[in-house]
Ligand binder design. Structure first.
Ligand SMILES: [Zn+2]
Length: 226
C-alpha cells in the first residue's frame, strides 16, 4: 500500500482522532467518547482481521502480515464510512435557487462499493440526470451522494434507487434518472467467473418515468440507447 492510499484509507473516525489531538478545546466528554469509540472500533476490527489471517492458514506474526490487521481495519472503515453520513449533511449548503428548466446531467461518476452478499467489491460508473424545478444542486454534491451510498454494504439495485431518492429529497425536481453500470467481483473472480459481464440498473422518477421523450433524452445523453 502506498503512502497516499494509506492516508486516504483512514476513515472519518480515525481522522477525528488525529484532529482532536491538535485541538486543545477537545477535552469535553463528547470528543473523548467519540475518540474512545473510534479507537475501540479499529481495535476490534484489527482483532477480527487477525483471526481471518490465522483461519486461512497464515501466520499473522510474519513480517509482511504484522501490520495487516490494522491496515485492513482502517481500509474497511473507509469502505463503510457512508454509514456515518446523511443526505442533509452531505448536501449541506449546496442547493441554490435557479430558474433553469433544462436537464442537468452528470455522467460517469466513479463508483466503488461492497456487495452485501459477499463483502467483495463492485465498481463502475453512475450517471445522474434531473430536471430542476426552481432549485439546482452543486454538481460535486451529486458525486458526494453517490459516494455516501456506495461506501456501505450494497446491492446495486438499492444503491441506484437511493441515489435517485436523495436527489428528490435535496431539490424536489420534476424528475430524476439514475443509471448504474458495474462489474461485480463476486461474479468475475469467484462463482460463475464471467469476467466481462456488467450489470446495468436504472431508476426513473417523476417525468423521467412518465414522459418517454425525457427518458430517451437522458438515456441518449448517457450513451445507453441501442
Ligand atoms: Zn456478491
Amino acid at each position: 500500500m502506498t503512502e497516499k492510499e494509506n492516508m486516504s484509507g483512514d476513515c472519518e473516525l480515525t481522522k477525528r482522532i488525529s484532529l482532536s489531538q491538535f485541538d486543545s478545546q477537545s477535552t469535553d466528554w463528547n470528543d473523548k467518547e467519540e475518540k474512545d469509540e473510534a479507537k475501540s472500533k479499529i481495535d476490534e476490527l484489527s482483532e477480527v482481521f487477525r483471526s481471518v489471517i490465522t483461519l486461512v492458514g497464515e501466520d499473522p506474526d510474519r513480517e509482511g502480515l504484522r501490520a495487516t490487521p490494522l491496515r485492513a481495519a482502517k481500509a474497511f472503515c473507509y469502505f463503510t464510512k457512508g454509514y456515518e453520513e446523511t443526505v442533509a449533511g452531505v448536501v449541506a449548503n449546496g442547493v441554490f435557487s435557479e430558474d433553469h428548466d433544462e436537464m442537468v446531467l452528470v455522467r460517469d461518476i466513479d463508483l466503488y462499493s461492497l456487495c452485501e452478499h459477499h463483502l467483495v467489491p463492485f465498481y463502475g460508473k453512475v450517471s445522474v440526470g434531473y430536471l430542476p424545478l426552481g432549485k439546482i444542486i452543486g454538481l460535486s454534491k451529486i458525486a458526494r451522494i453517490v459516494e455516501m451510498y456506495s461506501r456501505r454494504f450494497q446491492v446495486q439495485e438499492r444503491l441506484t434507487k437511493q441515489i435517485a431518492n436523495a436527489i428528490i429529497e435535496a431539490v424536489q425536481p420534476r424528475g430524476v434518472g439514475v443509471v448504474v453500470e458495474a462489474v461485480h467481483m463476486c461474479m468475475t473472480m469467484r462463482g460463475v467467473s464471467k469476467p466481462s459481464s456488467k450489470t446495468v440498473t436504472s431508476s426513473m422518477l417523476g417525468v423521467f418515468r412518465d414522459d418517454p421523450k425525457t427518458r430517451e433524452e437522458f438515456l441518449a445523453l448517457t450513451g445507453h440507447t441501442n
